[in-house]
Ligand binder design. Sequence first.
Ligand code: NAD
Length: 294
Amino acid sequence: MGKKIDGKQIALQIRKEVQQKNEAFAAKYEMQPCLAVILVGNHPASLSYVQSKVKACKEVGMESRLIQLDAEVSEADLLKEIEKLNQDAYVDGILVQLPLPQHIHEDTVVYAIDPNKDVDGFHPINIGKMMLGVDTFYPCTPHGVIKMLEAISYDLCGKNVVVIGRSMIVGKPMAQLCLEQNATVTVCHSKTKDLTFYTKHADVIIVAVGKPLFLTEDQVSPGAVVIDVGINRNAKGKLVGDVDTESVLKVADYVTPVPGGVGPMTITMLLWNTIIAAERRVLAGTKNNHCFLG
Ligand code: NAD
């Protein structure tokens, strides 16, 4: 029987580290790192995500600003709001909660964020740097997965990793970050033929599909590590992942549960990126301390 990887515990450890970095930053520069979160509309899931982000900031001693805009806001007005935050010397990180209403082009909005404040790591400059292996803001969910593997001392070097899903927020950056760790990476997706052939040959399977209990025991080889990125509601409204956790645990060495696996890592890596953004901006002289502590 395999073990569940406790994402909550790992996230807690990293948040303590972030908190210490924040305290050191505040003591040295007499100001706090600040994350600005823009929410367009009031979709309940998005509202709950941004509230969790604001709460997480508070818990680690980080400032946050929540900017709520009407669902009918024009793209031009949203871009103006982003530009204000780009120019705000006190704001270190900017996050626009996705998805956006249909009349707004997500790409245009993401591209408008100053890459130095792009703590989601979605700007093409940061994606490009990640591809080049240059230190930058990595997208939070795949970065969180790498941190989880580090936390269980799992070395990806030379391992066969299968990533299922090729989205820009999870699958593609996930594959790249595994490649950086010298894994041999296969990306599977909706057009992949014979998915089980690939998963059966995998040491690590990372599932980001968005289908409840998609990966089952018969698709996994003994000793595998299975990372479940999925967040779905089953017919009873219960939160479930993309992996049939209990059955896969019979063959795999490790599985991440849902909830309590990858989920807590995502916000944690957002906090991580924000303190790094603040440190870099102070060093570059682009963060000013007009907002002194106390
Ligand atoms: P997406 O819809 O953008 O991408 C889904 C991917 O799954 C696509 O690339 C598609 O090719 C692939 N896919 C679909 N059917 C398939 C099949 N039958 N076989 C193989 N591949 C198939 O989704 P996303 O944004 O990448 O999110 C995926 C899941 O991860 C969702 O459940 C989402 O809620 C969750 N998620 C969780 C976190 C977190 O913090 N834990 C963060 C982001 C996304």
